[in-house]
Design a binder for this molecule. Structure first.
Ligand code: BDR
Ligand code: CA
Length: 310
């Protein structure tokens, strides 16, 4: 088996951390590097948290590059109310000892893609600022991207505004650049990831693995569950970003359709909305493989089995 090379662009963030662990636990994937962006928490913390997770997974050899500290046009609006002050609420990890890789994430993305023969996949789990700037600075990377698989947007209600999902709303202009770049792109939106719910029962199964990384995942999810329990109908917490890695490992757990997706960048009311042409009325050719469903039980079986390996 030849492992598939991937670069993970993320803003850890609790669910980003779980996604990183799932990737590190999976021999089908070769994590070439991790690039971080400002999103759930400021850049300094996402770059720190990514290194904490690499060390937790026993992978201090993986290069972690820090990227953009803010969205292209908008002011950064972080999500500590969801992920806690550090971004990894509940995890209680030691300060990382591995250094940050020298150089900017955008320059790394360009250099690595230009040196590749088109085999590198980009797994994107945060605002798309790094990817967009790489495309703008060096458009010749586009035909060298094997695929972009991203968590963001969706076809239903948003989670930061009525219309928009966090990753796309944080940097809608970057998202517009990435969706229109022309690279093969799979979008896993909020309407799908909200079905990947870590219920108390599923978290108990992860906790019962009695493995170091699984214990950290269970602790983070328990902090979420405690918060969710205070809300009416709150039964669990969604594992958004691990869906990206699960899609790369087991695409058969997902159902997807090619459709055209545009990103709203002008309207104050619907800024950051992904406008998915489900009915095919825009006259625009599909620019995305849009995931429309997930086998949530299969997803959790995969995640649990893999966390048991770390
Ligand atoms: C996305 O927003 C972030 O808070 C999560 O890490 C995920 O990438 C979900 O809307
Ligand atoms: Ca994220």
């Amino acid at each position: 088996m030849v492992a598939r090379p991937i670069i993970i662009d993320c803003d850890p963030g609790q669910d980003d951390a779980v996604a990183l662990l799932l990737a590190f636990a999976s021999p089908e994937l070769d994590v070439v590097a991790v690039t971080t962006v400002a999103g759930n928490v400021p850049l300094e913390l996402t770059a720190r948290n990514a290194r904490c997770v690499c060390e937790l997974a026993g992978r201090p050899d993986v290069a972690v590059y820090a990227g953009c500290p803010r969205p292209i046009l908008r002011r950064l609006e972080t999500a500590e109310r969801v992920h806690g002050a550090t971004g990894l609420d509940g995890a209680d990890l030691p300060e990382p000892t591995m250094p940050l890789a020298s150089g900017h994430a955008v320059e790394f993305l360009i250099e690595r893609l230009m040196a590749s023969d088109g085999d590198v996949t980009l797994a994107a789990m945060g605002p798309l600022t790094n990817l967009a700037l790489a495309v703008v600075e060096e458009p010749r990377i586009v035909p060298r991207i094997r695929e972009i698989v991203l968590m963001g947007g969706g076809m239903g209600p948003g989670n930061v505004t009525a219309a928009a999902e966090f990753n796309i709303h944080t940097d809608p202009h970057a998202a517009a650049v990435v969706f229109s770049a022309g690279a093969p792109l799979t979008m896993i939106g909020l309407d799908v990831t909200l079905r990947a719910i870590a219920t108390p029962e599923r978290v108990k199964v992860i906790s019962a693995l009695r493995r170091p990384a699984a214990a950290v995942v269970a602790a983070m999810l328990e902090t979420h569950l405690a918060r969710a329990a205070k809300r009416p109908g709150g039964r669990g917490t969604a594992l958004h970003d691990p869906c990206v890695i699960a899609y790369l490992l087991r695409p058969e757990l997902f159902e997807a359709r090619p459709m055209h997706v545009a990103v709203e960048t002008a309207s104050p009311l619907t800024l950051g909305q992904t406008v998915v042409d489900r009915a095919g009325v825009s006259g625009e050719p599909p620019n995305a493989n849009v995931v429309v469903d997930i086998d949530a039980d299969g997803f959790f079986r995969l995640l649990t089995e893999r966390l048991g390996r770390l």
